[in-house]
Design a protein around this ligand. Structure first.
Ligand SMILES: Cc1cc2nc3c(=O)[nH]c(=O)nc-3n(C[C@H](O)[C@H](O)[C@H](O)COP(=O)(O)OP(=O)(O)OC[C@H]3O[C@@H](n4cnc5c(N)ncnc54)[C@H](O)[C@@H]3O)c2cc1C
Length: 276
């Protein structure tokens, strides 16, 4: 069991990991490398490192966190489950257990499709590895908006009757997969998914798998109190859920590296304090 699991591999996440390690707590950062900061060509307002590129700064933070003993792992956390004092995080077909959670998920919230939230678990899935067997021999759609889409679609092709892939594949797809250039607009169904509306056409499917870089917070941790688009926190970076902290762009403006690393530090120290 980990002391602290950190969701999001940006500056807030690495700062949280570095400071958790300073308090001798085990820490795992989960997320794809190359988040938002990696797109910044030049940072002039981060103290001590004038003119550094975003990618360089992020890589230095990752290396520092790892050198201090933090673990890192690529992937998307699909759900955080409160086990009554500890937490289980689902990612892919795997689970990670931790005593405290720090959400460092950034400001970019995925836009959900109409019908997606309502039909989650009733034909809508975020995990091929977990749910493929429910669709053995059936027809499924894959909506590809993240790095796991191709590998998950290839796995689904080995189990499902048919797989239709919506999006641009970034690697080789199994020959059994059909690629559609239609634009997904809505997930259709009453009790269960019956179709995907794409470019105005209702295409019948038994299931719709959606793979993104990030999860909507309402699906990641249902019940988390928000202030508009941002997670509500107090000055110690506690969220409304006991044992869960948040830091960085996900807690509000200004969307800046210095604020993200400052909050990551506070969140880790607050979490470590609770674990003493
Ligand atoms: C082009 C550009 C230029 C910028 N220039 C500057 C600048 O000059 N100075 C400055 O201070 N700031 C600048 N910024 C802003 C800065 O990049 C952000 O403020 C900073 O990256 C916020 O850090 P963060 O860790 O909170 O979030 P992010 O860096 O956004 O990292 C969050 C990460 O969490 C991941 N994630 C989300 N949900 C999940 C999940 N469920 N499972 C796993 N991972 C998940 C996301 O994919 C993302 O990689 C710039 C941003 C951009 C895009």
């Amino acid at each position: 069991m980990l002391d602290i699991a950190i969701i999001g591999a940006g500056p807030a996440g690495y700062s949280a990991a570095i400071n958790a390690r300073k308090r001798d707590k085990s820490a795992l950062v989960i997320g794809q490398s190359g988040g938002w900061l990696a797109r910044a060509e030049r940072i002039d307002n981060y103290p001590g490192l004038p003119g550094v590129s975003g990618a360089q700064l992020l890589e230095t933070m990752r290396a520092q966190a790892e050198a201090m003993g933090a673990q890192t792992r690529p992937g998307v956390v699909h759900q955080v489950m409160d086990m009554g004092g500890t937490f289980a995080l689902s990612l892919g077909g795997d689970f990670v257990e931790a005593r405290r959670i720090i959400l460092c998920t950034g400001a970019k919230q995925p836009r959900l499709l109409p019908g997606e939230e309502r039909l989650l678990g009733r034909g809508v899935s975020y995990c091929g590895t977990c749910d493929a067997m429910l669709y053995r021999g059936k027809d499924v759609a894959v909506i590809a908006q993240g790095p796991e889409a191709v590998s998950e679609a290839n796995f689904l092709a080995s189990v499902c009757g048919s797989v239709t892939f919506f999006g641009a594949p970034d690697a080789a797809l199994d020959a059994r997969i059909v690629v559609s250039d239609k634009k997904p607009e809505e997930i259709v169904g009453d009790a269960r998914v019956t179709a995907l509306r794409a470019s105005g056409e209702d295409m019948p499917f038994d299931g719709v798998f959606i793979f993104r870089e990030a999860m909507a917070l309402s699906a990641l941790l249902p019940g988390l109190a928000m202030d508009g688009a941002f997670i509500r926190v107090d000055r110690s970076m506690h969220t409304s859920v006991p044992g869960v902290f948040a830091a960085g762009d996900c807690t509000g403006l200004p969307l800046q590296v210095a604020k993200a690393v400052g909050e990551g530090c506070i969140a880790a120290l607050s979490a470590a304090q609770e674990l003493r």
